[in-house]
Design a protein around this ligand. Structure first.
Ligand code: NAG
Ligand code: NAG
Length: 723
């Protein structure tokens, strides 16, 4: 796996330079230069393309040069050890006289510790960590700007928008940490506070990142500065979008590491980053950066990366890479190849020992030439006299849609401005926000975010409470001294229990809802509507879930039994007195029974008499017909007697209460009045109420009333939240 890309690379290089070399091989001496890049990264791919193109371009113009750069590209795979071993290999086997790269700040720091490399100029156009200083690395040249430069731009931006607190999110690497002291210092100077720093280790998984984001979301601060490599930042923003942190109210600022290559990020990442502001190096429009260059550049990019999506243009890193090669070629031509100076001791067979490596003796001259050479390159003024590029303007961009838009510039001299070269016209300081183009903030908001969220402890939840017709549910009063609303009742108890169980401190205050007629359902509609009107954050009470209230509020799940029932008075059917024995049969029944006895007696007497049985006292019925009549009578009597006994027994033991009506239809038929809630003083035959009210009512008046079904289903009582 490791060998393969290098072989392919070598072949490619042979092909690309072979042709040019042939014609001039006799005159041009090879000047070996090592290149160490992370070829898996976007910046690595772009840089490699630019470096190869630069060599091609330069020597096609300068065919008369004595020297010619021979480029040896090595893949560090983003690993310090790999980068160092590549450096050793390049020094030892190719006797390179300069190294372009390495790509990462940590790699640069690592390589610079190699003793053998002491006098080999290392020119990196990507290692931006301010921790890499001239003092500790005398042969290190930064063909870019250190990260502390953009700190001032970021801080001006934070000051202009008036944000007071900032959370830093950064890679836990040399690069990520390098900016911290500068950033925190600069923030301190404008009185901005850094309540939290979130270091994301390279080993963090998506889940780890998600957890970290939730942690950030729970905080009060809504301004985040992201200083990360583009790969890590892509993951962060995709996850932040998922977590809902790319919504209104959030502010994300990315440093140049990401902002410089926004054009080259994948569309899904750019979409997730919508609303982000970035600060990047401004590339002045230059003549050289014409279409023919872009075509050649893109052709070469495709040649090196056949499986990648084509890019529009090289990012600033690509331009710096191009200019670095140009600077190096010119310096090489001046210094010349010193074949004899770079010899390594003949005896060294154990080539791995870095001590045995030859020291580049023309290093100091080469470094001097690189540093003193000034020219106008593709990236603008290329002047490494300060061991880094001069500070030019920084551009502030805003990621919008699939691309980005220009917000303004920042320069050391003028601070923030919409356009460059407004000589002395602009006012610096607090008014400078007006000097910028409007930003499309996350969540497609155009309102400038406050930068913080009101903490839960500072803002009291406004809890609306009505005056219920049933004080058992909720009753309000005022504390005499403070005039604060006091509320008691079942609904309040339930609410307070819920508040106790939420996992954070929630402070609230009751606000009484006063109406003239607190009991009608229209006033409850009004009450619930106040939540919609944002007078209350929540409405508490015996609020029935009704369909026509749902457009205005979201109901919680009901906290009571649900349903609507009917209360009717009960009638006591029997009055217990000495006449109770007569109660089991009605008057008609008594009368009928007596009539029936008399009738039977007469019939029997007549039948017997007609048959000549004058001696009735013998108590023997001769006629068959009269016996039949008597038999019928006996049967009827038996039934009557047994039912009488049973009725009387039950009357004397079981209480006789029965509802006057058993259902609403019976009531309808009889045309009785129906009442609801309060307000009817007598005169109604039934009350139709929610079951909880019925239970309350019956708890007081269980003797004379009862609940009858059927119970119509309703959703019950709940609290109303804003929807
Ligand atoms: C970083 O750049 C600034 C601005 O040019 C400069 O003042 C500072 O000394 C540099 N720091 C390092 C460590 O190179
Ligand atoms: C309470 O209300 C009464 C009557 O509205 C008012 O006179 C009094 O000043 C109030 N007290 C406080 C502390 O607000």
């Amino acid at each position: 796996m490791e060998k393969k890309p290098q072989t392919v690379l070598f072949l490619l290089l042979v092909f690309s330079f072979g042709a040019a070399q042939k014609s001039t091989a006799r005159r041009q001496e090879e000047f070996h230069v090592g290149v160490i890049l992370d070829l898996g990264s976007l910046v690595g791919k772009v840089s490699r393309t630019s470096i190869s193109l630069a060599v091609e371009d330069f020597y096609s113009v300068h065919q008369n040069h004595r020297t010619k750069l021979a480029i040896h590209i090595r893949d560090s795979m983003g690993n310090e050890v790999q980068a160092a071993s590549a450096a050793i290999d390049l020094l030892e086997n190719y006797k390179v006289q300069a190294i372009i790269g390495p790509q990462k700040s940590s790699e640069a720091a690592f390589i610079s510790k190699l003793r053998s490399i002491k006098q080999v100029p290392i020119v990196s156009f990507t290692a931006t960590s301010p921790a890499l200083t001239y003092g500790s690395l005398p042969y290190f040249v930064r063909a870019t700007l250190n990260d502390s430069v953009q700190v001032n731009g970021i801080v001006s931006l934070i000051k202009a928008y008036g944000w007071r607190e900032v959370v830093l999110v950064y890679d836990d690497t040399e690069y990520g940490r390098g900016i911290l002291p500068h950033l925190i210092n600069a923030l301190q100077q404008i009185d901005a506070h850094v309540p939290y720093r979130s270091a994301i280790p390279l080993s963090a998984t998506s889940e780890n990142i998600m957890q970290e984001l939730y942690k950030l979301m729970a905080m009060q601060t809504r301004v985040f500065i992201v200083h990360m490599s583009s790969t890590r930042a892509s993951l962060i923003f995709t996850k932040a979008k998922e977590a809902g942190m790319m919504d209104k109210g959030f502010v994300w600022i990315v440093t140049d590491g990401v902002a410089n290559i926004v054009d080259s990020l994948s569309p899904s990442v750019v979409e997730a980053m919508n609303g982000v502001i970035g600060i990047r190096f401004h590339v002045p429009r230059s003549q050289e950066l014409d279409t023919s260059f872009l075509i050649r550049w893109n052709r070469m990019y495709r040649q090196f990366n056949p499986n990648e999506l084509p890019l529009d243009k090289p990012s600033i890193f690509g331009l710096w890479a191009y200019d670095t090669v140009r600077a190096l070629s010119q310096a090489a031509e001046k210094v010349g190849v010193s074949g004899n100076k770079n010899k390594r001791p003949q005896s060294s067979k154990s080539s791995t020992s870095s001590d045995l490596l030859a020291v580049s003796t023309n290093g100091p001259e080469l470094l001097k030439e690189i540093v003193q050479n000034k020219f106008r390159g593709l990236s603008g003024n290329f002047d490494l006299n300060d061991r880094q590029l001069p500070v030019s303007a920084l551009q502030i961009i805003n990621v919008v849609g699939r691309s980005w838009k220009h917000i303004g510039f920042w320069t050391l001299k003028n601070g923030l401005s919409k356009q460059l070269n407004q000589n002395g016209m602009k006012i610096t300081g607090s008014a400078s926000m007006l000097e910028l183009n409007p930003v499309n903030w996350p969540g497609e908001s155009t309102e400038i975010p406050k930068g913080w969220e009101i903490p839960a402890s500072g803002d009291k939840l406004r809890v609306g409470v009505p005056t219920s017709a049933y004080p058992e549910f909720v009753r309000t009063s005022k504390y005499p001294v403070t005039n604060a609303t006091r509320a008691v009742g079942l609904s309040i108890d339930i609410f307070e229990e819920v508040v106790k169980s939420v996992p954070f401190a929630l402070s609230y205050e009751y606000q009484a809802f006063d109406t003239i007629d607190a009991t009608s359902s229209t006033s409850y509609n009004d009450f619930v509507h106040q939540v919609f009107l944002q007078r209350y954050d929540i409405a508490i009470g015996d609020i029935t879930i009704i369909y026509n209230r749902t457009p205005y509020v979201d109901f919680t799940i009901p906290y009571t039994e649900s349903g609507v029932g009917m209360i009717v008075p009960v009638k006591e059917t029997v009055k217990k007195n000495m006449w109770i024995f007569s109660k089991p049969l009605s008057k008609g029944m008594w009368f009928g029974s007596i009539m029936f006895i008399m009738y039977t007696a007469i019939v029997v007497w007549m039948l017997e008499h007609l048959n000549g049985n004058t001696h009735l006292h013998e108590e023997k019925l001769k006629c068959i017909l009269s016996r039949l009549v008597l038999l019928v009578w006996m049967f009827v009597f038996l039934v009557l007697a047994s039912s009488y006994t049973a009725s009387l027994a039950s009357m004397l033991t079981v209480q006789q209460l029965s509802p006057m009506f058993t259902d609403i239809h019976e009531l309808q038929k009889q045309g009785g009045y129906v009442g609801f809630h309060r307000g009817e003083h007598g005169g109604v035959a039934a009350l139709v109420l929610d079951v909880p009210y019925i239970k309350l009512f019956l708890a007081k008046y269980c003797k004379s009333y009862t609940m009858v079904g059927p119970i119509y289903k309703s959703a019950g009582f709940a609290f109303g939240d804003p929807n």
